[in-house]
Each structure stands twice: as C-alpha cells, then as structure tokens.
Design a binder for this molecule. Structure first.
Ligand code: C5P
Length: 222
C-alpha cells in the first residue's frame, strides 16, 4: 500500500574536510553540476517533495533548511521541516550515483510493512576486528555482512521517534537505521550496487565522475 506523502531528505550539511575542497562538499562541482543536484534529481523522480539540509547560512531557496553539528541532527532538522511526511527517504548528498530505481525499491519495502529499508551491498572483503596494537582479535563471517549505504526509507513516525534521543547518541549514530533499530523498529536491507559510492576523498570524486559519465551514456545499473 502506498505510504504518502513521501518526502525525500538530502543530508548536505557536512563540511567535507577530507575532500579538501574550499567549500562544503555537497556544493563541489561534479559532472558539470553541484554534487548535491544528482541526489535531488533522483529523489525528485520518486518523492512528493525534496528537502535539502545545507550548512547554516546557505538556506536561501525553497525547501532548504540549515543543518546541525552532526549528520543525525541535520536529518532531524530536515524531518522537522516535513511534518506532513508519512514516509521519508534519507539520502546523503555525497552519493550522487543513486538512482530512482534504487530509491523506489527501498520505499516499496516500507510499503510492504517494514519500518525501514536501507540500500546495502554484500561485503566481499574478509572483515577482521583488531585491537589498538593491530593484533587481530576476530575474523567475522562475511556471509551475513552488508555494507550499508543511503538511500534509507522509513515510516516517518518511526524515524521521528527514533531521533528523540540525547544529542550524544545522535552524534554517535553513523546512519539513521541504527537509531530505528535501537528503538526496536524493523529494518531490512535492499541489495544495492557497490557503485553507489560515497564521495569522501578527492580520488572518490574522480571515480564518481567517470561512473556518472558511463551511466549517462546509457549503461547505469539499478
Ligand atoms: O561526513 P560524511 O561523508 O559521512 O557525511 C555523510 C553525509 O551527511 C554528507 O552528505 C554530508 O553532507 C551530510 N552531513 C550533514 N550534516 C552534518 C554532517 C554531515 O548533513 N553535520
């Protein structure tokens, strides 16, 4: 059953220090436009409205709100500006290779009854835990491990509740789903292409630009 209104929230308020750009990461040029425009376009194809959470001071324009000190605080600010949302899709501006097809598959899982659905790729590397001195303490069973991305879709009411935790817990959360899981919500993984990478370092920007070029010449994979 369709859950509407569906609001897309783009987390774009990070500084992007590791990228070494002169301004905020979401605004660096990528494939001929600001990085965040790719995500806004993909979400706009699926959602009723798209809210972009930007660094404070850059709110000029419709559906732009100022972000917080941590990613989760930025998501909270975005969600507060969308009281009409029955469902929401949270997406990082730093992942411009997201497609409407992938967003739609996450939303469809929420429509089937999950509280949340996260794009994720099966882990292909062997993953080990190590102590501070580098000594390996454990090798994990990768057959049940997923590398989690965004988009992440939720029943809005469940995410709103999950975000009502102390500020330090918000700051420690590396994704939205972990807060929903912590509040007892049901979350499922949606198999996503590993190419949906996050731009973190300058070399990621080079990779993403060549993948965008390839996808826009007709070979994009959902
Ligand atoms: O820093 P990282 O790359 O993990 O950030 C993931 C996403 O969260 C980025 O798109 C970034 O703009 C966003 N973010 C935010 N508010 C913050 C920190 C990060 O919207 N305070």
């Amino acid at each position: 059953m369709a859950v509407r209104p569906l609001v897309g929230i783009v987390a774009a308020a990070g500084s992007g220090e590791r990228l070494g750009a002169s301004g905020p990461k979401a605004f660096v040029p990528c494939g001929g436009r600001p990085l965040l425009d790719w995500s806004v376009e993909a979400l706009g194809a699926v959602c009723d409205r798209v809210v972009v959470v930007v660094p404070p001071g850059l709110e000029a324009g419709p559906d732009r709100v100022g972000g917080g000190a941590s990613r989760s605080e930025s998501v909270l600010a975005g969600l507060r500006s969308a009281p009409e949302a029955e469902a929401c899709v949270i997406h990082d501006a730093a992942r411009p290779l997201v497609t409407p097809g992938l967003i739609q598959r996450c939303v469809a899982a929420v429509e089937r009854g999950w509280d949340g659905a996260v794009a994720a790729a099966p882990v292909t590397d062997t993953v080990k835990e190590a102590a501070e001195d580098g000594r390996v303490t454990r090798t994990l069973d990768r057959s049940c491990l997923w590398s989690v991305q965004t988009p992440q879709a939720f029943r809005a009411e469940v995410l709103r509740r999950a975000l009502t935790v102390p500020r330090d817990e918000l700051a420690a959360a590396t994704d939205d789903a972990s807060l929903v899981e912590g509040a007892g919500g049901s979350v499922t993984v949606i198999d996503a292409p590993p190419e949906n990478i996050k731009v973190t370092r300058p070399s990621d920007l080079v990779t993403v630009q060549s993948l965008l070029l390839r996808s826009h010449s007709g070979s994009r994979v959902d």
